[in-house]
Ligand binder design. Structure first.
Ligand SMILES: [Fe+2]
Ligand SMILES: [Fe+2]
Length: 157
């Protein structure tokens, strides 16, 4: 599969979870816990494959976007720390919904920048064949992703 299509599919999966979370009732604690856990899992795997495979390839292909890559890594850093906090935060805690709301804002902003500003540049720099090889590498890297968001490289500095 084309690397950019694969990454956009992941974004959509997460956006669906965000919408579900936003629709959940104030006291739907079990539902919100389940959705948050799924968000943590999906975004941890996604950040892993982007940082291990896509970002380095994109940076090499379009050196002009280096600043973009570096900003994206810092955005991952913030998101991963929030995911790690959410993993151990009780959904009944008064900070839970607020933390999810800020996480959702951050991720939507990040995804918008990836999809609108950056991916199109990468798509024009890499051919179709390279993008599909990159897509295979992304799929192959998914099972290696750690479960702990803080073990993703950008979380560590
Ligand atoms: Fe990203
Ligand atoms: Fe992404």
């Amino acid at each position: 599969m084309d690397a950019i299509v694969l990454l956009k599919d992941d974004h959509q999966t997460v956006e669906k979870l965000f919408k579900e979370f936003e629709k959940a009732g104030d006291r739907a604690y079990k539902t919100k816990r389940r959705i948050a856990d799924k968000v943590i899992e999906e975004l941890t795997v996604h950040a892993w494959i982007e940082e291990k495979v896509f970002y380095p390839a994109a940076r090499a292909a379009v050196p002009d976007t280096t600043d973009h890559v570096l900003e994206s890594v810092e955005e991952h850093h913030v998101v991963l720390w929030m995911l790690s906090e959410l993993a151990s935060l009780d959904p009944q805690d008064e900070r839970f919904d607020a933390k999810m709301a800020v996480l959702i804002e951050n991720v939507r902003h990040h995804v918008k920048e990836e999809e609108q500003d950056w991916f199109p540049q990468v798509r024009s720099a890499l051919g179709r064949k390279q993008l599909s090889e990159l897509g295979e590498q992304l799929s192959a890297a998914k099972p290696d992703a750690p479960h702990d968001p803080l073990r993703i490289p950008s979380a560590q500095k």
